[in-house]
Design a binder for this molecule. Structure first.
Ligand code: NAP
Length: 282
């Protein structure tokens, strides 16, 4: 197939590498000419440029820009699409993206490949990024069946594990397991950083080991990504944060009142509950 990819970064570039190795012809579009050159050199696209015109021949187009760039990208892209072209995106929040694109292009399926690394940009693109990882499709009752079937088939060919749900259910689920952890982890770092005694702070920094590394990892990532999660998934994230604050309050009460039975009970519950969230997908 002739497949267009707009936004040749970590996700767009990685998609290009895999789709080309599956025999598809990949037409890349990105913001910077240097990124387009690198994408072709690295084998992430057959051709790439800053122009949208070459996408006129694409049968499927993946929008892989940052969430904040989807609206301006759409304005540039739509005049160049073939009438029966299928559009999809990879944004990590779905309801606002579907609201934006669906009224303007009916042959559109929202998608979210849940894979990534701490890096960004075309140089971070790697083969097999999506293999064994979830790929969520979020069609609505208006989404044409053939478009859903084709994107499902392409995502499956990447070795991903496919899930289909509503955009709203997707956004609530990722608020719990992706967006809330970023805010909790960021708050953890900020709280530690707030230690008023510099000697204690530097001792804590020297002693920090694997536990702190695990719990602070997502809070120490790219601030732009965290900001976009908060902006685009505001309502679901706030709901999750309220629930988290409630749980903290209960734990704090137990500790304040030396109610060790209550504290133990809660920690036993979390020990039993965790495996269901972190089990191997395959
Ligand atoms: P990224 O590495 O920063 O790549 C995005 C690329 O888009 C940039 O390299 C940039 O290329 C290009 N771009 C920016 N504005 C553009 C525009 N107006 N027109 C054309 N190209 C433009 O980001 P990413 O991590 O791949 O994320 C891309 C999308 O994937 C986001 O919607 C995100 O929500 C989603 N996602 C990310 C992850 C993750 O873990 N990172 C996981 C799943 C889904 P230039 O170099 O040309 O400026």
């Amino acid at each position: 197939m002739r497949i267009g990819i707009v936004g040749l970064g970590l996700i767009g570039g990685s998609l290009g590498l895999d789709l080309r190795s599956l025999g598809h012809y990949v037409i890349g579009v990105s913001q910077r000419a240097s990124t387009c050159e690198t994408a072709v050199d690295r084998g992430a696209a057959d051709v790439a440029s800053c122009e949208f015109t070459p996408l006129e021949t694409a049968e499927v187009i993946f929008i892989c820009t940052p969430l904040s760039q989807i609206a301006p990208t759409l304005d540039q892209l739509l005049p160049h699409l073939a009438p029966n072209a299928i559009l999809t995106d990879v944004g990590s929040v779905k309801a606002p993206v579907i609201e934006l694109i669906q009224p303007r292009w009916a042959n559109f399926v929202g998608g979210h490949p849940m894979a990534g690394t701490a890096e960004s940009g075309i140089n971070a693109a790697i083969p097999h990024l999506f293999q064994h990882n979830p790929y969520v499709l979020t069609p609505t009752p208006q989404t044409p069946e053939p478009a859903i079937a084709l994107i499902h088939q392409l995502a499956t060919s990447l070795g991903a594990k496919l899930y289909t749900t509503s955009p709203e259910a997707h956004d609530r689920a990722v608020a719990w397991i992706s967006h809330l952890p970023v805010m909790v982890s960021a708050s953890l770092i900020l709280a530690c950083q707030g230690e008023p005694d510099p000697a204690i702070l530097s001792l804590a920094q020297a002693l920090a080991s694997s536990g702190f590394r695990d719990t602070s990892r997502v809070g120490g990532g790219n601030p732009e990504l965290g900001l976009l999660m908060a902006q685009f998934n505001q309502a679901a994230l706030l709901e999750a944060l309220q629930a988290y604050r409630h749980q903290l309050d209960i734990l704090m009460d137990g500790i304040k009142q030396s109610d060790w039975q209550e504290v133990h009970q809660r920690l036993s519950t979390t020990q039993q509950a965790r495996p269901a969230f972190v089990k191997e997908p395959w």
